[in-house]
Design a protein around this ligand. Sequence first.
Ligand SMILES: [Zn+2]
Length: 269
Amino acid sequence: MFTYIDPSVRERLIDAGKLLRIDSNGQLLSADAETGGGSISILGPIPLPLAFGDQHYDVQWYACVRNTELTKIEEIAEHLRAEKAQESFANLATSMAVNSVLIIGDPEKWTDPLVRVHSSCLTGDVFGSERCECGPQLHSAVELIDADAQGGIVVYMSGHEGRGIGLWAKAATYLLQDGGENTYEANRSLGLPDDSRDFSDAATLLKFFRGAGPFRLLTNNPKKIADLKEAGLNEVSPVKHVFGVTDSNKRYLAAKRDWGHELDDDDIK
Ligand SMILES: [Zn+2]
C-alpha cells in the first residue's frame, strides 16, 4: 500500500490526476479541501485486461476507499515510519474495505448505461462455489456491459461479504443451512440482520462516475433499488439478472424469492 508508505508518492499521484477525492455527493474535492463523512479517495484509472473462459475484456479499474478508514491507516503509518517499524506495515492493509469500480466502454457515450453493483462473495466470485449464483452473475454482468452499445460500470463492494455479515459469519451460516435453516433464518440464528449491506458508498461512487441521469441496474433485488433511490439516484431502472442457477443453489434462490427478490418460478426451475 504505497500511498501511505511514502507520502511523496501520494503527491505525485495527485499531480498526475490518478488519486482523487470525492465528497458523499460524488463531487470532486480539491486537493487541499477538508474531507467530510462519506468522502472517498479513488486511485485510477488502472488498465485491467480481464479474461473469463475464452473471453477477454479491457476495463479501467478504480480502487476506492472511505477517507475515514484511510485517515486512520495513514495516522498509524505515520507512527510506524517514525518508529522505523517497517515490518508492521502488512498489518495495516487487512482491515480496510477497498471497493472497486470497473469502467467498461466509453463514458462519453453514456445516456443510459448498464450498471452492476456487486457484493463481494469469496466463495462464489473466486472459488466458483455453486451454493450461490454470485460468480456467474458477476461474469455475466461484465459480458453484458461489454456487449452493450453504451457500456457501463461494475461497482464491486468488498465489505458486502455474506450480505454484510462478513466471511467468518457466512461460514457459520453455511453450517446452519446444512442443518436445515434457509439463508435468512441462519443469519437470524446468529443474531444478525437478514441483509446489513450499506449501499451509500456505491451511491456516492455512481454519482461520481455516472453523474446525474438515468442508468439501468442489473439486479433482482428491490432493496438495492430502494437504497440507491433513497440516496438520490432516482433515475435507476432495474434489469433482471438471473444467471448460474444450479441444483446446488435452487433452495437458496427460492429463499431469496420468498424474501422479495424479483425471481419467478421459471427462473429457478
Ligand atoms: Zn455468493
